[in-house]
Design a protein around this ligand. Structure first.
Ligand code: C2E
Ligand code: CA
Ligand code: CA
Ligand code: CA
Length: 281
């Protein structure tokens, strides 16, 4: 039994070593991924619940690794945040997304009002250069600032409320719109919500998942968030909608917007014109 324990301990430490060194690899490879043109922005449609018309897209970054293939953000965004690479990566995603949105708005028929939502990380919000980067990206691309929605989480703001507030108000004076992502999963007091200069709440997928199932609480929670949004005069997006039953519940509850695999997974930019042109239903 003793030997067995020792063998297990050895296997365990080899496993840990393997994990640690593969993370180390990822660090240094991520630092070069931008220059080597290995990052891609995918776009997921956001639709109006009543009509299922597309109103915009959320930009979601992917890493096409030469050996490992497609790597999702859950694996490399935390690494990028640890190493600080999220600053240049985030700036690249922003510039890429704005250019893409402006191209659709000016070239695709019926797409002139599409919005583009871009996720931010805490480090970007704390970066003194960030406001300037956003302003420059808007000028360079010519995108209407009102078409840009930046997504933040409650937790990001709570780290350093005063600094974050300064940046958020600066963004608002550029005309940019702000959304609270993953709403309901953070631990911000509700009183903060009315102080934050945001226009949209995104209801976290964990609440949407239970809609139309046998858990009556799921509907009550989504209903409460939609009522809260209405009371505060905020727009609302339900995330992670996968089924017709969930859509039916969202219609009943009155969420204005939704996003999820029911309409589309995140798409490569070259897939979008065809997707936009496809007749709905
Ligand atoms: P998020 O901002 O909450 O993005 C929504 C995630 O849910 C995306 O995962 C999307 O592909 C996925 N999703 C959309 N519809 C459905 C659905 O119907 N069912 C299910 N099960 N999932 C759905 P993804 O692209 O893997 O991104 C994960 C997270 O990584 C994002 O969560 C966001 O926090 C972060 N992220 C992605 N791109 C960026 C970026 O450019 N910058 C930063 N800072 N974070 C990013
Ligand atoms: Ca998001
Ligand atoms: Ca989310
Ligand atoms: Ca998230």
């Amino acid at each position: 039994a003793k030997d067995n324990g020792r063998a297990q301990a050895m296997v365990f430490s080899e496993e840990m070593h393997r994990k640690a060194s593969s993370r180390l690899d990822l660090d240094s490879q991520l630092a070069r991924a931008l220059d080597k043109d290995e990052l891609r922005v995918y776009y997921q449609p956001i639709v109006e619940v009543s009509t299922e018309d597309v109103v915009g897209f959320e930009a979601l970054v992917r890493w096409v690794h030469p050996q490992r293939g497609l790597i999702l953000p859950i694996e490399f965004i935390p690494v990028a945040e640890e190493t600080g690479m999220i600053i240049p990566i985030g700036e690249w995603v922003l510039r890429q997304s704005l250019a893409q949105a402006q191209k659709w708005r000016t070239e695709a028929p019926g797409a002139e009002d599409l919005s583009i939502s871009v996720n931010l990380s805490t480090l970007q919000l704390q970066d003194p250069d960030f406001l300037g980067v956003v302003e420059d990206a808007l000028t360079q691309t010519g995108l209407d600032p009102m078409a840009l929605h930046l997504e933040i989480t409650e937790t990001m703001v709570m780290n350093d409320v005063e600094a974050a507030m300064g940046t958020l108000h600066g963004l608002r004076s550029l005309g940019v719109r702000l959304s609270i992502d993953d709403f309901g999963t953070g631990y911000a007091a509700l009183s903060y919500l009315s102080r934050l200069p945001v226009q949209t709440i995104k209801i976290d997928q964990s609440f949407v998942k239970g809609l139309g199932g046998d858990d009556p609480h799921a509907s009550s929670i989504v209903d409460a968030i939609v009522s809260l949004a209405r009371a505060l005069d905020l727009d609302v997006i339900a995330e992670g909608v996968e089924s017709a039953e969930q859509l039916r519940e969202l219609r009943r509850i009155g969420s204005r917007l939704a996003q999820g695999f029911l309409w589309s997974r995140p798409l490569a930019p070259e897939e979008i014109p065809e997707w936009l042109g496809a007749p709905s239903g």
